[in-house]
Design a protein around this ligand. Structure first.
Ligand SMILES: Nc1ncnc2c1ncn2[C@@H]1O[C@H](COP(=O)(O)OP(=O)(O)O)[C@@H](O)[C@H]1O
Ligand SMILES: [Mg+2]
Length: 216
């Protein structure tokens, strides 16, 4: 099983949206069972999950101290992926979660506030020696600031070649416990989530976000 931790110090950068959409996408890829863990006290991912009619992806509910054991149990049951959503704060708990990751995704909007906050997140991920990948979210594709953000993020590590654009459908779908690709299978959001998932899989297959590469 691959554990993918989604973290960033900024609230609103798109962690929870990515966790939900990527988990559904991973499952649609047919790799096997996919699980979610919500470690944020705000519990947005849990709220979304409780509104879902579909039975999958599953959500693992364990006290934080038992999370490593819970992941071991999922792995023993041959689960394929587990996505862990995190709060926007750096604490001992967030460091402990990062220790559990096979890959860390760091979402960032193309905004000065997100970019200025990135260094702290990168530092704890690098300290843990974990492979990581930036994901540009809520992007305005033609905007100069998107290109500037990619350039700034690239100084720290690899940026996923596919962005997640700013689309109302992401929020609208989640309100009803679904994801954008479940609402419109051939929509633009479905396309970009699928493309991003392929980039993430390639990280595992090609091992191209090795620590050395990611650290530049
Ligand atoms: N790609 C997107 N396009 C439009 N709105 C988005 C997108 N991603 C997230 N949002 C919205 O932005 C807000 C913050 O997203 P969320 O995933 O909850 O961020 P975080 O978990 O990092 O705080 C939510 O209202 C969400 O619906
Ligand atoms: Mg969140």
């Amino acid at each position: 099983m691959k554990t993918i931790v989604i973290t960033s110090q900024k609230g609103g950068s798109g962690k929870t949206t990515l966790a939900a959409h990527l988990a559904v996408e991973a499952e649609r890829g047919g790799a096997g069972d996919v699980w979610l863990v919500d470690t944020d006290k705000q519990a947005t991912l849990s709220q979304w999950h409780s509104r879902r009619e579909a039975e999958t992806p599953g959500k693992l509910d364990v006290p934080f101290a038992l999370l490593p054991k819970g992941l071991q149990t999922l792995a023993a049951q041959n689960a394929a992926y587990c996505f862990i959503d995190t709060p926007p704060t750096i604490s001992e708990q967030s460091k402990a979660v990062i220790e559990l990751a096979d890959l860390v995704l760091i979402p960032a909007r193309a905004s000065p506030a997100d970019l200025w906050a990135i260094a702290d997140t990168v530092e704890i991920v690098k300290q843990a020696g974990k492979p990581f990948l930036f994901v540009v979210t809520q992007a305005k594709p033609q905007a100069t600031i998107t290109a500037q953000a990619v350039a700034a993020l690239s100084q720290h590590g690899r940026v996923a070649e596919r962005f997640i654009a700013d689309r109302v459908t992401y929020a609208a779908a989640m309100t009803g416990g679904r994801t954008a690709q479940e609402i419109a299978q051939k929509g633009l959001a479905a396309d970009e989530i699928h493309a991003l998932w392929l980039v993430i899989i390639s990280c595992f297959n090609e091992k191209i976000v090795s620590r050395g590469v990611a650290n530049g």
